[in-house]
Design a binder for this molecule. Structure first.
Ligand SMILES: Cc1ncc(COP(=O)(O)O)c(C=O)c1O
Length: 418
């Protein structure tokens, strides 16, 4: 922290990964074996038989549904509070997304709501381990098994998190992960699917190998953006560059960071051409992934330390709803999400105290114009959607940052009470 300013996120991408990229671009190493090695190491890390690199989590989900023969006339149960691309890709596969409610403060699929949403057409459920919090997998697996439903874990925000000692992704039948620049580990965009099913893994490998290579320009752009993010969120640069821009943008009713990294929500008429023609990962992505995998325990460990400190310190603040975790869930605190009746006012009060926050990219999709035809009442998702605010919890926070954060949150909530 410098001058009491704390950024909302900070990337895991660091000079050591930037060096790998620079060497590769200078032609000092381009190892085709890196992709196979990263897949093997990742499968070992999760504790599953197969891992297949894919260009995005959503395309991984599409290929999973395709390989399981899930499509027209089938239903897939999806937690209402999640990323728009998940129901959008489900629809593209031909299946109907059926939304089920989440726990109000756990933000993950409520097993009772899952069970209530099952019909004879249900073929799969996608428990999302949202904000780094593993869902109640024992209950979800038991219900799914009783109804012969495939469990596809959404680990996009929870790579490395555990449930009852086992890493998420190896608990259901199949899983997907994503490694964008703002995730806990990165491969300069790109994602992974894991499974124990040989036929499913074969389908994914064949599809990806028959596709064209992801363009070098994309990796270069991501490496440059990652390096810029590393610098811009460095304490000594952040306070006089990005923070004033955020404050100014805010005064103009804008959020420059959200605009830079956010994505327009949409449905798909066809599979994007990039997935059809450029789905094969570049070795440089796997090389960065291998390096990040060496650091994942340290990166997640720092998140866990910061998140647990916030859990301990914020529980007694009047008017502030703190996160809850299903029994057996061992979160990695990809986000630390609080609820407040006037979260916009709290956001302003925190920004005035040097703390940048965001309302994030998740929405209550059960009541969203894009999915109007699948509308279902999910009151907890609706309530969370109105009131949630992300507090910084990234691995580059120091102990003094966390105590500054706690003081700022206490005084900001007090100010909001008037
Ligand atoms: C919970 C969740 N699921 C899925 C996705 C989609 O990942 P991708 O952009 O790799 O398709 C995201 C993206 O951030 C996410 O947060």
């Amino acid at each position: 922290m410098a001058f009491g300013k704390i950024p909302r996120f900070s990337p895991s991408f660091s000079p050591s990964e930037a060096l790998i990229c620079a060497k590769q671009l200078l032609g000092l190493g381009d190892d085709d074996e890196a992709v196979r090695e990263f897949e093997a190491r990742f499968a070992e890390f999760i504790g599953v038989k197969h891992a297949v690199m894919v260009p995005s989590a959503r395309y991984g989900l599409f290929l999973l549904l395709e390989s399981l023969g899930i499509g027209d006339g089938d239903e897939v149960i999806i937690p209402a509070l999640t990323y728009f691309a998940i129901p959008a890709m489900t629809e593209l596969s031909g299946a109907k997304p059926v939304f089920a409610d989440v726990g109000l403060h756990t933000h993950v699929l409520d097993p009772a709501a899952f069970e209530a949403a099952i019909t004879p057409k249900t073929r799969a459920v996608i428990p999302t381990h949202l904000f780094g919090t593993p869902a109640d997998m024992d209950a979800i697996n038991a219900i799914a098994k009783a109804h012969n439903i495939a469990v596809i874990e959404d680990c996009a925000q929870s790579t490395g998190a555990k449930y009852k000692g086992q890493r998420v992704g190896g608990i259901g039948d199949h899983a997907y992960y994503t490694f964008g620049l703002t995730k806990n580990i990165t491969t300069l965009s790109g994602a992974m699917v894991t499974t124990d099913d040989d036929a499913v893994a074969q389908h994914l490998h064949t599809t990806i190998e028959n596709s064209g290579l992801s363009p070098a320009s994309k990796s270069i752009k991501e490496a440059l953006t990652g390096s810029a993010m590393f610098l811009a969120t460095h304490p000594w640069l952040y306070w006089w560059t990005v923070h004033p821009a955020v404050v100014l943008g805010n005064a103009l009713g804008k959020d420059p960071i959200h605009e830079r990294f956010g994505e327009t929500e949409r449905c798909y008429d066809t599979l994007p051409t990039s997935y059809q023609n450029q789905a094969r990962p570049r070795p440089i992505q796997a090389m960065v992934g291998l390096k990040q995998l060496e650091r994942i325990e340290a990166l997640n460990g720092a998140r866990i330390q910061n998140g647990s400190a916030l859990d301990r310190a914020l529980g007694d603040i009047e008017g502030l709803g703190v996160p809850a975790y299903p029994q057996g869930s061992e979160p990695i605190y990809m986000s630390f999400v609080v609820h407040h009746a006037d979260r916009d006012q709290l956001m302003q009060a925190l920004r005035a105290r040097g703390v940048d926050t965001t309302t994030g990219y998740m929405n209550d999709l059960s009541d969203h114009p894009l999915f109007e035809r699948h509308r279902r009442p999910c009151p907890n998702a609706a309530e969370a959607n109105r009131h949630l605010l992300h507090i910084p919890v990234h691995p580059n926070l120091s102990e003094s940052d966390v105590s500054h954060l706690v003081d700022a949150i206490r005084s900001a909530t007090e100010a909001c009470r008037g």
